[in-house]
Design a protein around this ligand. Sequence first.
Ligand code: NAD
Length: 252
Amino acid sequence: MGVANDKSIAWAIAAAVAAQGGELAFTYQGEALGKRVQPLADSIGAKLVLPCDVTDDAAVDATFDILEKEWGGLDFVVHAIGWADKQYLRGRYVDTPRDAFLTAMDISCFSFTAVAQRAARLMKNGGSLLTLTYLGAERVMPHYNVMGVAKAALEASVRYMAADLGRDGIRVNAISAGPIKTLAASGIGDFRYILKWNQYNAPLERNVTLEEVGGAGLYMLSDLSSGVTGEVHHVDCGYHMVGMKNPSAPDL
Ligand code: NAD
């Protein structure tokens, strides 16, 4: 869930899973994105491409009803969905109005819970639920604002759902990806500055690639991570543990 184009993190994970023989279905938000997703799905032989706006409970129900009918069960779900009005992804968080807050929270946090409610029902032999988050949940990042607050709630929901669903063998995890130039990222103010800052100050002295996040996704969805749940796994070239600017990094 969350492929918009071939630069989407969801697509990078899908490509890594497909390369190992995984069978996939895709959801998309709105007809325009559906036209972009269909050829990508075709390229890996995926037959199910379903509309699903996650703010619409009936659409989420319909998606999982179709998956149940077609497949009878599910092994994993990737939730790579987030949205906030870009008007509030700049300036001060403190100025966020209630409606923008609630929408960001609904799409970027609650939708993972809504998806988990339906998906868990189909994971009779256990499974893996995976979402995507960002360091702006843990620390203040310029312009991330209401998305940072929504991601913090999303990360807390990962832990609560991991506790709830563990006895059914269902694991719930998040990947905290470093900044990557995607459609969603283009809404964040000064994103190019954020990319440069990470490149200069991450221990690996570069930005993470889509393929690297795809590989981490494959690990989280497969039995390779069978002992891992409730985790926020940073895939960011190590930037999350840095305390100060790299003294040898160029000035920005
Ligand atoms: P993207 O634009 O490719 O994907 C975002 C997806 O969210 C799109 O497919 C969009 O259709 C979907 N979406 C938004 N509102 C929706 C709704 N109401 N119903 C259904 N789908 C909806 O961008 P991306 O960067 O691949 O984002 C995927 C996830 O990764 C997001 O949660 C994002 O916050 C997270 N993330 C991104 C970065 C980054 O730097 N790009 C870093 C860390 C985490």
